[in-house]
Design a protein around this ligand. Structure first.
Ligand code: GTP
Ligand code: SPV
Ligand code: MN
Length: 587
């Protein structure tokens, strides 16, 4: 697009300033057109940045291999650059804004020499929704520009939305040298225009700035100021046999099942689950007093390993065309492949480009554990007709959940909004490959927002509590755990489609029916409270899945007390009161 197609003075000035700084060979304004996408693809294929897949089976699908040093979000190199360190709080890394700008601008200087600078205007949220927000990402990565076209409403439509005076969140991104020692993801929530700067990574949440940087870290700070919520949540629609619909959101940490739950294939033919969003929800109080959720994204950046016709047929259909695969393996026929998709063929080319026998398990995995697909949401067979409703959908239930071997039952209903906030604030989950660092380590990940809250987590808890007071008809809150294990390390619960059963119980509780028992930690289903028709679990497994173990919970209270110390004076008294009450009940 010719830059004369926008006369937004602020945008033109910032692009010019960034051009002077980064010194690209040329500047390309993205329109978002199909022709442009094909041009980007052919440029990347020629430069070996994309590998075409089997066109007959996987039309318009491509494989991208990232630098092996750049395969996940980098939490230890992600910074909230608020004026005061106290605003970033104890769970974020902080850098003084001036210092961060000086450091990052020195890396940006000349970083795009010989490269194309892409100006990527995008909307987070459906075009025309009063809640949508515009961002502009400047990047030297064609892969990022292509991905942003899938993940957001990108190009001309965003410039039209922006007009000549509109506000936008600027994000400057360069892959620079991909030097992990100089990799920084910085957010400036106190700036008037809420700047994002990202250097030396081209992967996922580090580089697609509309996603975690804008729609969660920056948006959570906006939401605090403006009285709404920006959350790491899936949104799903549950339709009963009479056609009545109910909407849930679910906050599970990275790689803990949001995409899979959002696309759940119903095990009961007369019940339907449809997808609204799989990763992020923007929630506001509607005029009717309910909480309404919008998915700000337009695509899915989903975990590939574990995705199959069996576990998630809906995702398999979504990714059949127009999809970018990153760091998956490839068969000799040019099909994408990953662990969990099905049997390995005779030969596979692994995510680093090495061709090995498919049974060479000693040589390590073929797909990177955080390998992903980037696919348009509209291709999802279970996408709800309401997924782009400008006002969003009304939420009746919020699910919190994590990956825990034990302690947390399959499903638990909170006693109140405050207790629900307590369950969210004390959530714990084993770390996954979605972020760099050790995996399988149990950590507290409040509301699945530990890496994504753009301000002090204590203030964030207070904001949740405050929201509860302001929502006349708040959703009911639940906690779920699909990931309990037996003594041999096998999952006790079959998960995936079977997760409909606890979801149906939650629905019954919302409707004021559903058999439940009060326990010291909340309410769980009675032994036959959940519909277990057609499910055959070994003797005693269901009891174990719903068990509330007093000794474990006495320990859990101590662990929660320690977790709460992190927040010092900013811990809302209502949460300490919940802990005290829990201790009393656990005895
Ligand atoms: P992010 O995109 O990182 O935020 O992840 P997510 O929360 O969307 O997780 P996703 O649905 O992609 O699942 C991550 C991994 O967990 C995949 O390998 C899934 O196959 C697996 N998984 C999802 N749901 C279940 C379940 O119910 N049971 C079991 N055992 N595994 C599951
Ligand atoms: C997550 O880690 O929660 C993701 C993937 O959804 S990324 O976009 O890389 O953050
Ligand atoms: Mn996520």
């Amino acid at each position: 697009m010719d830059k004369t197609l926008t006369s937004h003075a602020g945008l033109l000035a910032w692009v010019e300033e960034s051009t002077r700084l980064c010194q690209p060979e040329r500047v390309h304004w993205c329109t978002g057109s199909e022709d442009e996408a094909q041009w980007l693809i052919s440029t990347m294929v020629a430069a070996k940045g994309l590998i075409p897949l089997n066109h007959d089976e996987w039309p318009n699908c491509y494989l991208h291999r990232s630098n092996p040093n750049d395969v996940a979000r980098v939490e230890d190199r992600t910074f909230i650059c608020s004026q005061s360190p106290d605003d970033a709080g104890p769970t974020n890394h902080w850098m003084a804004p001036d210092e961060a700008k000086k450091l990052l601008y020195s890396i940006f200087e000349g970083s795009m020499k010989g490269r194309t600078m892409y100006v990527v205007p995008y909307i987070m949220g459906p075009a025309g929704s009063p809640f949508s927000k515009v961002g502009v990402e400047i990047t030297d990565s064609a892969y990022v520009a292509l991905s942003m076209r899938i993940m957001t409403r990108m190009g001309k439509i965003a410039l039209e939305t922006l007009g000549t005076e509109g506000a936008f969140v600027p994000g400057l991104h360069s892959t620079a040298e991909l030097d992990p020692e100089k990799r920084y993801i910085c957010h400036f929530p106190d700036e008037k225009e809420r700047l994002i700067l990202s250097v030396n990574s081209g992967y996922g949440g580090n580089a697609l700035l509309g996603k975690k940087c804008f729609a969660l870290r920056i948006a959570s700070a906006l939401a605090r100021d403006e009285g709404w919520l920006a959350e790491h949540m899936l949104i799903l629609e549950l339709e009963d046999p009479q056609g009545e619909k109910l909407y849930f959101t679910g906050a599970f940490p990275s790689a803990c099942g949001k995409t899979n739950l959002a696309m759940l294939e119903s095990i009961f033919p007369d019940w339907k689950v449809r997808t609204i969003g799989d990763d992020i929800a923007w929630l506001r109080i509607g005029e009717d007093g309910r909480l309404w959720a919008v998915n700000p994204e337009a695509g899915f950046f989903g975990v590939a390993p574990g995705t199959s016709e069996k576990t998630n047929p809906s995702a398999m259909e979504t990714i059949r065309s127009n999809t970018l695969f990153t760091n998956v393996a490839r068969t000799d026929d040019g099909d994408p492949w990953w662990e969990g998709i099905g049997p390995a063929p005779e030969f596979l080319t692994d995510w680093k480009g090495e061709r090995r026998p498919g049974d060479d398990t000693a040589g390590g995995r073929f797909s990177q554990p955080n390998s992903r697909f980037t696919a348009p949401a509209k291709q999802c067979p279970t996408i709800s007709p309401h997924w782009e409703d400008p006002q969003g959908v009304p939420i009746s239930g919020i699910l919190f959940g994590g990956r825990r071997n034990d302690t947390m039952p399959l499903v638990l209903e909170a006693n109140s909004w405050e207790h629900g906030v307590f369950l969210g604030a004390t959530m714990a989950s084993q770390t996954t490959a979605a972020a760099g660092g050790a995996q399988g380590v149990l950590r507290r990940d409040p509301m699945a927002m530990l890496p994504f809250c753009g301000y002090h987590m204590g203030d964030y808890f207070a904001h949740w509590l405050e929201m509860g007071k302001r929502i006349p008809n708040p959703p009911k809150i639940f906690h779920v755990n699909w990931f309990q294990k037996d003594d041999e390390g096998n999952f006790l619960w079959p998960g995936y489609g079977e997760n409909l059963r606890p979801l149906l119980w939650a629905r019954e509780r919302i409707l004021g029916v559903g058999e439940a028992i009060e326990t010291p930690i909340g309410t769980v289903p009675t032994p036959d409270g959940m519909n277990l028709e057609g499910l055959s679990l070994a003797e005693g497994v269901m009891e174990r899945l719903l068990e509330v173990n007093h000794d474990r919970w006495a320990q859990e209270c101590d662990a929660i007390a320690k977790h709460f110390e992190t927040f010092g004076e900013k811990l809302p008294p209502a949460l300490s009161a919940e802990l005290e009450a829990l201790r009393q009940r656990v005895g």
